[in-house]
Each structure stands twice: as structure tokens, then as C-alpha cells.
Design a protein. Sequence first.
Length: 105
Amino acid sequence: MELVKSVLQEELEYAVRLKSRYEELLAECPKGSLIRRKIKRADYFYLSYRESPLKVKQKYLGRLSKEEVRDYKEKIEKRKKLEKSLKEVKQKILYLRKTLHVKAR
């Protein structure tokens, strides 16, 4: 029984480290979505995101090159994947803590 408990404890420690790593990576990625507005034949880009449940903000990015647009889209897609992974890790941590009868810190 001690062997199983130690394996679960190691898994919990790994999941906590993974959670903090995901949170660090999320901080580097832009949140929201990329909005393009066409004004007099020129494309201008904005980053649109929620600041609170009722408030939507738009940050002006300016005229971006195709490479910059692609880069923003890739970072936003990466953020979505990280958010999904973070949610899964949080559920795993909760399950492991319940199984081990460990309180959250």
C-alpha cells in the first residue's frame, strides 16, 4: 500500500510542477483573438479580449505583416491548447489530492 501511495505522491508533485509551468507559458501568450479592420484599403489589427465578464477590451496592434499575423495566430492557438492542458492538470491534481487526502496549499 505504501508503494502505491508514494507513486501517487510523486504523480501529484509532478502535476503541481506541470501546472506552474503551464501558467508561466500562458503568461507569455496573448489572450483573446485577433481582429482585422479594413480602413481605406489598409488592414489594421486589434487584439480583442475580455477584462471582466462584462467588459471587452481591444488593444491596437497597428498594421502587421503577414508573418506577424501568422505569429499572433500561432501564439493564440498555443494559448488555447495550454488552457486546455492546464484545465486537465488541475482536475488531475484535485483527484490526486482527494485520493491521498491532502489539503490544497
